[in-house]
Design a protein around this ligand. Structure first.
Ligand SMILES: Cc1cc2nc3c(=O)[nH]c(=O)nc-3n(C[C@H](O)[C@H](O)[C@H](O)COP(=O)(O)OP(=O)(O)OC[C@H]3O[C@@H](n4cnc5c(N)ncnc54)[C@H](O)[C@@H]3O)c2cc1C
Length: 522
């Protein structure tokens, strides 16, 4: 099989480096997590000349280690943050309806109520009703159902002591795929982006930050970028960058580690579980990518952000807490296919980590660099707009006054009904040569109409239509596409973030070797 060898690659890193170092940009965004990507997207839409770089892969850190929820945040009702919930709901519904209906899908949640549990049925019933009211009942009315009705949705739910369950609606996504689609949207809007490019120092002119020194982590090439304004969107590394600007900068944030597990699922789940553990914390058990996603922990973290790992104690805690509501048969260690951990960025200051509000912090340093950290995946467009607004109203107007207005609802690339795309992928070929419906559905819900580009690759080289691993729906065309159009440069970029191989536990040594060979032929 030819597998795309000789195909022209759309990503030429040397050329991008040249473009980055040649031009003077209006804005350099350091950090290609979802916050940096959102600001780059918004700023490019406003007509600015934008560069964005990431030391690792786009969304390779926190932004691919989330609970994958696009949600209002039921828990915030407990801290009385009604405004935050309403704002999250608005963004959630915009993403699901207008911006990315191909990537963000609705999910029903049950809050099981057990005898002796931390909250009673009346309180939780009122809570989910208020929660649904704050999204103007767009996902139905939050209500309480019987144990029988709850078990019909989640057969693995623990039945003993179950009194009732509160029901509400939210959404879920594959965070890495939504992130890479947003990077594409930023590039479509005119941004110049590069991953695996680390900022190792800042450029200054008369004590003002005017760019950065970079090192390409893949081949060691050093280069620089000049910009009128620099935005530090490095998430857990935000203070590290602030100290590059001002070695005496005081810490602005605290970190809290959150770990998740992915397990093989034995039964279909028609709903997710949000199980209260104590006053503030909940345990999620979420059907995701045909598996079960469990999480999460919440524990102060002070080490190197790059070294964050899931420990054996995390695994024990997650399984134990999930066991409040999930039967033991569904919580076997041998069913774990993947474990991952990320770091929440919380505003600095006193107070227990789990009770701190998840707000966004924007600060300006001594050299004029802006730093943004915190916030939620769900509200990324809102945060991007807010940061852009802050940038444009800075004293002295470093970005000038003539910014274009941003359209309110620019969709992500591939916008389409996933049902329609799946149907077309399946029916476009003759009976007998049809795409497996599971593969068609997978492509439709992870690429939208871009799946037709993958279908074209398969038409030219049928071997690309084969599954990478017989137990999962990912196909070889995704690897070629990731290499040529999605900045995938390493095996992990492909296996962990452009496809679902790693989360399903299917990135065997043989699969990794074949992916490496395909990347090398770009
Ligand atoms: C456990 C957990 C669960 C969560 N669940 C949800 C959820 O379900 N729903 C939701 O809405 N939100 C959730 N969140 C919040 C959400 O994931 C984060 O708010 C969001 O991902 C933060 O993105 P970011 O861009 O700020 O950070 P990051 O994604 O960490 O991006 C920062 C980037 O900066 C880069 N960088 C660092 N140093 C340098 C350098 N020197 N040069 C160049 N680049 C550099 C890094 O490589 C990294 O990619 C969760 C967070 C955690 C931790």
């Amino acid at each position: 099989m030819t597998m795309g060898t000789g195909a022209a690659t759309g990503i030429d890193r040397a050329e991008i480096r040249h473009e980055l170092s040649r031009a003077a940009f209006d804005l350099l965004v350091i950090g290609g997590g979802i916050l940096g990507t959102s600001v780059a997207w918004m700023a490019a839409q406003a007509g600015l000349r934008v560069a964005m770089v990431d030391a690792g892969d786009f969304a390779g850190a926190t932004s691919s280690a989330s609970s994958k929820l696009v949600h209002g945040g039921l828990r915030y009702l407990q801290t009385g943050n009604v405004r935050l919930v309403a704002e999250n709901h608005r963004e959630r519904r915009a993403l699901a309806a207008d911006i990315a209906p191909h990537l963000v899908k609705p999910l029903t949640f049950l809050v099981p109520i057990y005898k002796g549990g931390p909250h009673g049925a009346a309180k939780l019933g009122a809570g989910v009703f208020l929660y649904s009211a704050l999204s103007v009942f767009g996902d139905g009315v939050g209500k309480v159902v019987t144990p029988h009705q709850a078990l019909a949705r989640v057969p693995a739910l623990r039945a003993d002591g179950l009194r009732a369950a509160a029901v509400y609606g939210d959404h879920q996504m594959n965070d890495s795929r939504v992130a890479v689609m947003t990077v594409r949207a930023a590039v479509d809007a005119g941004a110049v982006v590069l991953n695996h490019a680390e900022v190792v120092g800042l450029r200054t002119t008369a004590a003002t930050v005017t760019g950065a020194e970079l090192r390409d982590r893949l081949d060691g090439t050093e280069f620089g970028v000049d910009a009128r304004l620099v935005l530090n969107a490095t998430g857990p590394w935000v203070d590290h960058l602030r100290r590059m600007e001002d070695p005496g900068a005081a810490p602005s944030i605290r970190l809290s580690k959150g770990a998740h597990l992915v397990l093989r699922r034995h039964d279909p789940w028609k709903a997710a579980l949000t199980t209260p553990i104590d006053k503030y914390r909940v345990s999620f058990a979420i059907p995701w990518e045909d598996h079960l996603l469990l999480g999460t922990t919440d524990e102060a973290y002070e080490g190197d952000p790059a070294a964050v790992r899931v420990t054996d104690a995390d695994i024990a805690q997650i399984l134990d807490e999930a066991g409040h509501a999930v039967r033991d048969e569904q919580l076997r260690r041998e069913d774990i296919t993947y474990a991952f951990a990320g770091l929440r960025v919380l505003p600095g200051g006193p107070g227990a980590v789990a009770a701190a509000k998840r707000e966004t912090v924007v600060t300006r340093g001594a050299g004029g660099m802006l730093s943004v950290a915190g916030g939620k995946w769900t509200t990324y467009r809102h945060i991007g707009r807010h940061v852009l607004d802050t940038l444009t109203h800075l004293p002295g107007h470093p970005l000038g006054d003539d910014l274009a207005d941003i359209l309110p609802a620019v969709p992500l690339p591939g916008l389409a009904s996933p049902d329609a795309v799946a149907l077309r992928l399946w029916s476009d070929r003759e009976p007998g040569a049809r795409m497996d419906p599971l593969v068609a559905r997978h492509l439709a819900t992870h690429y939208g109409s871009i799946a037709f580009d993958l279908a074209r690759l398969i038409r030219d080289d049928p071997a690309l239509g084969e599954r990478i691993h017989p137990d999962g729906p990912d196909i070889w065309a995704q690897v070629v596409y990731a290499r040529d159009h999605e900045w995938a440069a390493t095996v992990d970029d492909v296996a962990r973030r452009r496809t679902t191989l790693t989360v399903r536990g299917l990135d065997t040594a043989e699969v990794r070797t074949r992916i490496a060979a395909l990347l090398a032929t770009g």
